[in-house]
Ligand binder design. Structure first.
Ligand code: F58
Length: 840
């Protein structure tokens, strides 16, 4: 067969008939109705809201596709250096509203659908979240895609198309978290384009045989054969930039069997056997792992990681080869960002390709690899650092294990050269941790295989350099180690979730939002308005309406009535001991007990407070689940207590998600970010709350510190011990423990009340309480008193509402730094060396 030739036919005939973005109401209406009739095959008069969502989505998708095709075409023609963001998680949330806003089409779509009998907000509510992530790391990846497209940067994401995203959280009547699957693809997903033509074979298991030279000596090369082969099929998700044509791509891989079924087994009548391998192939991308810190060592998880990195690299390499440059120039055209250590296998995988397929010598291959990759670390908690058992690696990826051993050998030789005879150092720095079994230290592999390494906030990046990678800083020099403080996209986290505030900002600054949303430092011009009473009134009224919107949401979804005149105090994040939701709930109990002891007159002076919690616990994280149970049962008791319920109430909102965050965040007066100092790498919800004019109550940790630097310490509420004290305090707990009664009577009293059964289930909470009574690794007993004092300062400050609103305005006004546009530009300039490509 001869190769097909392009361009085909009459070019003008094509060009004259190419579709453009539908901008006016009649064109949008037409496209909407046409999708109802044809794509959905439904009768227009009988359309429900879900159908209207689907039609609107398909119509918007047509517009995105026009820009997406054009962007891809221009990237191909210009062949600029591109960056690839490899992340096992992309926590995208909903797409329709974001796409409408980025394309500046929300108004016309609202009008068109209204004419057809629908309300655009109801339509938007029908979309399911794409929840392909656990928390901060996954949501950061989503913000970075939005910013890359908005900044017109040639960046693609690569991830996995999980059939099931993060589990749905249900709360039992006893207060236990129950998990249900998240079959998010059950409704057709209009935002993905299956690319059945883009597929790669990925091998697992089998044998790796070293290639021998003419003298019979082994070489750096090997042949990897046998084992299991599965197919990676691409699904593309369009990523529109804000007020630009640039529409980038997120490519998600689905696993499929290479052959439908095994014919030999089938013909022998063994039908289960015949489909066995196809089941195991499909399993690879079936589910997102729901752990947000530990739980490695599972073969399927390692399979996911290799499947995804192998397919992504094959795809990147194919695209590079189309440019027709020699392989040595790979790093001039490609930068690959490793989002934590999950894609670290890309390092030995690229080595394998360069050595075994391209037949490069070791040093040339290593040179290319170490100029291609960049590694971002997201945690210094030792239990969260990935390690894979050597036997598992040898079994699943025999060739990669060989390469890792070779990398380690050459690396340790060079360490030995620099620090002769320092055996301890060699042991500390080895990629292989001794033990039973031996394990591969993925953070070390990511570090030595990368051009640069960064942490995600100033403090965290310092801790990376002085703790987990200290030896590597000494060996490689400090300039390889940097910081890129995280950011959030102001499109979703202000314009989309808080449209009234966005409109107030535009009208006040007299700047179109298309401008300030992409130059968030402009918010600083709001500062003088903190002194303007009329402005403050508008600002406060918007917060109030956002509180009512949240209350309405809770009323309609949970049937609970909320006092919207109270202060809204919010802590929403994954449940984890280091994040200290326990400190918060014990603080709530303390407040409750204090209120109970007050006279009626005293109570009249108290400001009412509503405390919200939301967040999921890893299904196997017993202590985190117990914390949820305690919160739910404390809520049950105090919300029913006639003495106090007007002054203090508490809600645990189930099934936290991006969409729920979009309702909660704009409604908060104060939010809590109270991790033990030195444990939260950055935090990103802290930025979202502050951007929306919520004040911050937190520890001196992660990005809280930089937020305080920006907004000024007088506008945040800080408490607790500082990072340098943590080690000593833990030492004290272990070697010179002081009974809680002595050390912190207020906390002891609270714990005793829980133990005594004030919230039911007297014995149930003992394991949770004992984590504080014994060991207290997260230092609740050290920080409790200053936490209570900080809460009192919040109360005090809230009494002066004028001053509070000023703080709120000043906080929001100083959040420019935390735009993910700033962060992504730092990566583009100081790490990837890529340039913006304007798509005309
Ligand atoms: C988070 N990590 C950090 N990991 O905890 C947070 O401080 C930071 O702001 C955020 O990254 C973005 O940098 C995080 O979310 C995970 O969820 C991993 C999922 C996979 C297993 C290991 C944890």
């Amino acid at each position: 067969q001869g190769k097909e030739k392009w361009p085909r036919g009459d070019e003008k005939a094509w060009k004259d008939n190419m579709r453009d973005v539908d901008k006016d109401v009649p064109a949008i209406t037409k496209s909407f109705v046409s999708h109802v009739q044809t794509s959905l095959a439904r009768q227009p008069y009988n359309l429900d809201t879900l159908g209207a969502y689907q039609a609107a989505a398909l119509s918007v998708r047509d517009n995105l596709l026009v820009n997406w095709n054009e962007t891809a075409l221009q990237y191909t023609r210009r062949a600029p250096k591109r960056a690839y963001y490899l992340s096992l998680e992309f926590l995208m949330g909903r797409t329709l509203d974001n796409a409408l806003l980025n394309l500046d089409l929300k108004q016309p779509y609202a009008q068109a659908t209204q004419k057809l009998g629908f309300n655009i907000e109801d339509i938007l509510e029908k979309e399911r979240d794409a929840a392909l992530g656990n928390g901060g790391l996954g949501r950061l990846a989503a913000c970075y895609l939005d910013s890359s497209a908005s900044q017109e940067l040639p960046v693609w994401g690569y991830g996995l198309r999980y059939k099931y995203g993060i589990f749905q959280q249900l709360i039992s009547p006893e207060g236990n978290q129950l998990e249900a699957p998240d079959p998010w693809l059950d409704n057709q997903n209009p935002w993905e384009l299956p690319r059945l033509d883009v597929a790669y074979e990925v091998r697992f298991y089998g044998n790796a045989e070293r290639v021998r030279d003419e003298n019979g000596n082994t070489t750096d090369r090997a042949q990897w054969t046998g084992g299991q082969e599965v197919l990676a099929v691409a699904y593309d998700v369009m990523i529109p930039g804000s007020y630009t044509r640039t529409t980038n791509n997120l490519r998600l891989w689905e696993s499929k069997p290479k052959r439908g079924f095994d014919l030999n087994s089938f013909n022998a009548g063994n039908y289960e056997g015949a489909v066995e391998s196809s089941n195991s192939a499909a399993a690879i991308t079936s589910v997102l792992y729901p752990n947000d810190s530990t739980g490695f060592g599972k073969e399927l998880r390692l399979k996911q990681q290799y499947f995804w990195t192998a397919a992504s690299l094959a795809d990147i390499l194919r695209r590079f080869k189309n440019i027709g440059k020699p392989i040595q120039e790979f790093p001039d055209y490609v930068a690959v960002q490793l989002n934590d250590t999950h894609p670290t296998l890309a390092i030995p995988e690229l080595m394998r390709i360069l050595l075994d397929d391209e037949e490069l010598p070791w040093d040339a291959a290593w040179q290319i690899v170490t100029n291609t990759f960049f590694y971002t670390n997201h945690t210094v908690l030792p239990e969260a650092l990935e390690k894979w058992p050597v036997p598992l690696m040898e079994h699943l990826l025999p060739r990669h294990m060989q390469i890792i051993y070779d990398i380690n050998l050459f690396f340790l030789q060079s360490v030995e050269k620099k620090f002769p005879g320092d055996r301890d150092r060699l042991g500390r720095m080895s990629l292989i941790e001794e033990g039973f079994p031996k394990q591969v230290r993925m953070a070390f592999l990511a570090c030595i295989g990368s051009r640069k390494v960064n942490g995600v906030a100033e403090l965290h990046s310092e801790l990376v350099k002085t703790t987990i990678l200290k030896d590597f800083v000494e060996f490689e020099g400090v300039s390889k180690f940097g910081n890129v403080t995280n950011g959030i996209t102001p499109r979703r986290w202000l314009d989309q979730c808080n449209p009234e505030l966005s409109a107030l900002i535009s009208s006040t600054l007299k700047v179109d939002k298309s401008v300030w949303l992409k130059d968030l430092y402009q918010l600083e011009k709001l500062l003088p308005y903190a002194e303007d009473a009329a402005f403050r009134e508008k600002w406060a009224a918007i917060k109030q309406r956002n509180k009512e919107r949240l209350a309405h949401h809770v009323e309609t979804t949970l049937g609970l009535t909320i006092n919207t005149h109270a202060m809204f105090d919010v802590q929403i994040k994954r449940l984890h001991e280091y994040k200290r939701q326990t400190l918060n709930i014990l603080g709530v109990i303390h407040r409750y007990l204090t209120l109970k002891n007050m006279s009626k007159e005293e109570r009249e002076k108290v400001n009412p407070r509503v405390v919200f919690f939301a967040g999921k616990a890893a299904p196997a994280y017993y202590i985190a689940k117990l914390t949820i149970r305690l919160i739910v049962n404390v809520a049950r008791i105090i919300n029913a207590d006639a003495d106090t319920k007007d002054l203090l109430s508490l809600y645990f909102l189930p099934d936290y998600s991006v969409s729920l965050a979009e309702v909660l965040i704009p409604a908060s007066d104060i939010s809590q970010h109270i991790s033990t100092a030195g444990t939260e790498a950055s935090g990103t919800s802290n930025m979202k709350f502050c951007l929306n004019g919520g004040l911050l109550l937190g520890t001196v940790d992660g990005a809280n510190i930089e937020i305080a630097e920006e907004v000024g310490e007088s506008n945040v509420f800080f408490f607790g011990h500082l990072t340098p004290a943590v080690e000593d305090l833990r030492y004290q707990h272990t070697y010179h423990p002081v009974p809680i009664e002595e050390k912190c009577p207020a906390l002891a009293h609270v714990l005793n009340q829980v133990s005594a059964g004030l919230f039911g289930d007297a014995e149930v909470y003992e394991p949770l309480l004992n984590t504080i009574r014994q060991g207290d690794h997260y230092l609740l007993s050290d920080d409790f008193d200053s936490y209570i004092a900080a809460l009192a300062m919040v109360d005090e400050a809230y009494l002066d509402r004028t001053e509070w609103v000023k703080k709120s305005i000043r906080t929001s006004a100083k959040m420019g730094k935390f735009s993910s546009d700033r962060a992504i530009n730092e990566y583009a300039e100081s790490y990837w060396n890529i340039e913006a490509q304007h798509i005309s």
